[in-house]
Design a binder for this molecule. Structure first.
Ligand SMILES: [Zn+2]
Length: 89
């Protein structure tokens, strides 16, 4: 797996370093897209024959579970047309 020179978590701005065992989690989603995909690397989304990433994909770098949850929450918020539970009575 190729690790880009300098990867920062898009949520908490932590920097990935080879020594810290940081697991890069990425999503492939266009802004406003109906789907959200998490994967362990961008290479998962690349074309097997050319190795190129899809040009219309939108990636975020995430340092781990906590920031993945934050990204997931943002995705839900961007799709707020769906019925939302409320605690108000
Ligand atoms: Zn993070």
């Amino acid at each position: 797996m190729i690790i880009p020179e300098r990867v920062q978590c898009d949520i908490c701005k932590a920097t990935k370093e080879e020594s810290n065992g940081w697991t890069v989690t990425l999503e492939s989603v266009k802004p406003g897209s109906a789907h959200l995909t998490f994967a362990e690397s961008r290479e998962v989304f690349s074309d097997p024959s050319t190795g190129e990433l899809p040009g219309d994909a939108f990636f975020s770098d995430l340092c781990g579970q906590e920031c993945a949850h934050t990204q997931l929450s943002r995705w839900f918020e961007s799709h707020s047309s769906a019925p939302t539970a409320t605690l108000e009575s």
